[in-house]
Design a protein around this ligand. Structure first.
Ligand SMILES: C[S@@+](CC[C@H](N)C(=O)[O-])C[C@H]1O[C@@H](n2cnc3c(N)ncnc32)[C@H](O)[C@@H]1O
Length: 285
């Protein structure tokens, strides 16, 4: 396929910003975990990163854009023929609906489409076959995943990342390294997993805990859980009531969740009870 104008060819809908820098392609290859597991690449695009990956590993790539699938099928004819490269066309998120992305252990390596980058990383945390995630994302997203407790950027994503392993922001990549350039600075993020974790209730709990990041953690939790239970749990865990969400470490979030989770709807029940009481009062009962 001959592309006369890459910037015009790129589809915004599919988050296409092609990495056109040999230097950063090599930096990504060097940051990869040092073993011979298969690599799953999401969004191979024109195949620049894929070319480097197939030199070292067996690769399965997932691409949604039919134009690019055609291009990759002819570009990678030989590795497809000798079995070192497999291309699966379609939406990668749909592939994940039926379980693991691959039926063998793998490392995820990708220059991700930014509109679904966080979603993809969270899917990889849940996937038991995924051993690590090495991805190009918006710098802001990488910072959130890699932040440590106490840092201002420590967020629900940091808690989830440190629950499954260790997240490292490897390096930043300037906009000019891509065609077309994205609106934001990018960064390569590595998450080395030591376990998988799949608990949607915990994710919902973290959303509540970080709902107002600059407010007190206890106040955020009181929007969904009974006040007395939050106060009692803070006292038992010897946590200061003034603690802000970014100041509590990952293990504190797991402790708080274990104490509070069965009351996730307790606050709603309280509201319901108060409402019934005031209605009864109004009726003069
Ligand atoms: C940021 S580009 C990266 C392209 C190439 N890997 C590179 O580094 O130049 C993102 C790629 O993800 C693909 N993509 C977007 N949404 C996708 C989805 N839901 N499933 C699979 N691939 C997707 C795009 O078509 C595009 O090829």
């Amino acid at each position: 396929m001959i592309i006369e104008n890459l910037a015009e060819f790129a589809s915004k809908k599919f988050g296409q910003n092609f990495l056109k820098s040999d230097y950063y392609l090599q930096q990504i290859i060097q940051a990869m975990p040092n073993d011979c597991l298969r690599v799953a690449e999401i969004g191979p695009g024109l195949g620049d990163l894929t070319k480097e990956l197939v030199k070292a590993r067996n690769v399965t790539a997932f691409e949604v854009d039919k134009r690019l699938c055609e291009h990759l099928t002819s570009e990678f004819e030989e590795p497809i023929h000798n079995g070192s490269f497999e291309l699966r066309c379609g939406d990668v998120l749909e592939r994940w609906e039926s379980g693991s992305l691959l039926d063998e252990p793998y490392h995820l390596v990708a220059n991700l489409p930014y509109y679904i980058a966080t979603n993809i990383i969270l899917k990889a945390f849940k996937d038991e076959h995924c051993r690590s995630v090495l991805v190009m994302v918006q710098k802001e997203v990488a910072v959130k995943f890699a932040a440590e407790a106490g840092e201002k950027a420590f967020s629900a994503l940091s808690v989830l990342a440190s629950t499954v392993g260790k997240a490292t922001l490897c390096f930043e990549v300037e906009r000019e390294a891509f065609v077309p350039p994205p609106n934001v600075t990018s960064a390569v993020l590595l998450i080395e997993k030591n376990r998988s974790f799949d608990d949607e209730k915990f994710e919902a709990f973290l959303k509540i805990a970080f709902s107002q990041p600059r407010k007190k953690l206890s106040k955020n939790l009181m929007t969904a859980f009974p006040k007395d239970l939050v106060e009692k749990t803070f006292a038992e865990l010897e946590l200061p009531s003034t603690m802000r969400p970014h100041e509590a470490g990952t293990s504190i979030y797991h402790h708080l969740y274990n104490e509070l989770k069965d009351n996730l709807d307790g606050k709603q029940q309280n509201k319901q009870r108060k409402l019934s009481k005031s209605r009864a009062k109004n009726r003069g009962q």
